[in-house]
Design a protein around this ligand. Structure first.
Ligand code: NAD
Length: 461
């Protein structure tokens, strides 16, 4: 039996060990889920909705304990862990109701022929998620998949299997045996899961590079895949904006989760008239961030998740500095509480030139790139200069002007003069290299359903 050791990012202590899956164990789990789907589908939508609510209730009963466990394993603060777990739970409430109104269609085709369109569950779902939001990204797939009648196998990142297993254990008490299970392992295990013949759909969240591989593999096996990938969202700040409100919103999203967020403003594109004033406001707020262990009440920002993610960010900062950018903050905090974890101090990367890596790559940590622009047309061009198109923010007191800019930025989600939070009610997903398909909203439920048409002769008697 091969096992995987899981460590706390804030001090590297071992939190537990889990058994790695194999091709044979994946096969057994996919078969069990396929079989269990018959029982699940036979329950009907009202009963399935009730089960989703029961999962929500039982999980909520353990929220405090789960938040501490998530904080220890992922690194985020307990406050952030609670917010994430609320986001895990939201879709259970949302889709419990929607499950009961997801019908098919019946229509008269004329000449004595009628048709019925049945909405069938798409099959067992292979859900693959990264480590930055191991629970909420799981919930946005699990709840609609269950509501649609599907079974699901969740493959978490190799560094966050423990919290995933706990959530699965709670949910399984309300589900037919085998309908839901965890698959543990890295790239090879993920590939084996995607390629399994009985998997009907792949729901992937992760990096663009891996997303391309997953899409290619799913394509070869002719199964549909939704892909939620990387982002480098622009935050466009025009000179007539409410600067203080904009800076509050920017700080609340860029440094949240230690900057390890797919949909977060990573590049401030600011009109040069207000750039210096904005930078001064940002510096003031940057100084208030307290890096520390997520379970310590005084910490406002946890460590980065792994040594590798910290090294990747540090390399991007070094590259920007070497090419002439001004770096404010950054470096590693040096105190007893942060000495042995993957901590990094928050930073601003001011005026990096066009060839700096941060102008085209995603920065996955607490660093904000700042780019001054002379006019709105340049703001739009700079906003669109990366391969990504996940989210965007635009701030201006003139709403028409803000929308005129917003409409020209490539993004699946845009906030105008408001905090960049994601709502369960709305479809979420990227354009360009940020992905394909949508999660949340009615769209997520529909993604786990496959229509099947029946045509039949009407009895003429
Ligand atoms: P990653 O792509 O390296 O890993 C994501 C998951 O895929 C993990 O479970 C990993 O084990 C698995 N995996 C790796 N190689 C695989 C393969 N060849 N086949 C199948 N599965 C494989 O992602 P990461 O770097 O750990 O996570 C951060 C990335 O995720 C960032 O780019 C971030 O923007 C993105 N992200 C996107 C969203 C979104 O909703 N758009 C949300 C969160 C994170």
């Amino acid at each position: 039996m091969t096992t995987l050791s899981v460590h706390a990012p804030h001090d590297r202590r071992e939190l537990g060990r889990v058994e790695l899956d194999t091709a044979a164990s994946i096969d057994a789990k996919v078969r069990a889920a396929t079989l269990a789907m018959r029982e699940w589908a036979a329950l009907g939508p009202m009963e399935r909705g009730d089960r989703l609510l029961a999962i929500e209730r039982d999980t909520r009963d353990q929220l405090d304990d789960l938040a501490t466990a998530l904080s220890l394993e992922q690194g985020k603060t307990v406050k952030e862990a609670r917010i994430e777990l609320e986001r895990y739970l939201g879709p259970f409430r949302q889709y419990s109701g929607l499950a009961t109104v997801t019908g098919g269609l019946s229509l008269d085709l004329g000449n004595g022929v009628r048709a019925m369109v049945d909405q069938r569950p798409v099959g067992v779902v292979a859900a693959i998620v990264p480590w930055n939001f191991p629970t909420s990204l799981f919930g946005t797939k699990l709840a609609p998949a269950l509501a649609a009648g599907c079974g699901l196998l969740i493959k978490p990142a190799e560094t966050t299997p423990l919290i995933t297993q706990r959530l699965v254990d709670i949910a399984r008490a309300h589900l037919p045996e085998g309908l839901l299970d965890v698959v543990v392992g890295g790239a090879e295990i993920g590939q084996a899961l995607v390629a399994h013949d009985l998997v009907g759909k792949v729901a992937f969240t992760g990096s663009t590079a891996v997303g391309r591989e997953v899409a290619a593999l799913a394509g070869r096996h002719l199964k549909s895949a939704s892909l939620e990938l990387g982002g480098s969202d622009p935050f466009v700040l025009l000179e007539d904006a409410d600067l203080r409100a904009a800076v509050r919103a920017l700080m609340g999203t860029r440094y949240y989760n230690a900057g390890q967020v797919c949909v977060a403003p990573k590049r401030l594109v600011v009109r040069q008239e207000v750039a210096d004033e904005t930078i001064a406001l940002l510096e003031e707020r940057l100084a208030r961030i307290v890096p520390g262990p997520g379970t310590e009440p005084g910490s406002t920002m946890g460590p980065l998740h792994t040594e590798r993610t910290r090294a990747a960010l540090e390399e991007q900062l070094e590259d920007a500095a070497a090419r002439g950018a001004t770096i404010v903050g950054g470096g590693r905090p040096h105190d007893e509480a942060t000495r042995s974890g993957w901590f990094v101090s928050p930073s601003l990367i001011i005026d990096p030139p066009a060839d700096a890596r941060v102008r085209s790559e995603e920065t996955f940590g607490p660093a904000l790139t700042i780019l001054r622009v002379p006019d709105d047309a340049t703001a739009i061009a700079v906003a669109n200069e990366t391969p990504y198109g996940l989210g965007a923010s635009v701030w201006s007191r003139a709403q028409e002007r803000a929308f005129a800019v917003a409409r020209q930025i490539d993004a699946g989600y845009t906030w105008v003069n408001t905090l960049g939070r994601v709502y369960d009610e709305l479809p979420f997903g990227g354009v360009k290299a940020s992905g394909l398909g949508r999660e949340h909203g009615r769209e997520a439920l529909e993604a786990f359903l496959a229509p099947r048409s029946y045509v039949y002769a009407v009895d003429a008697r």
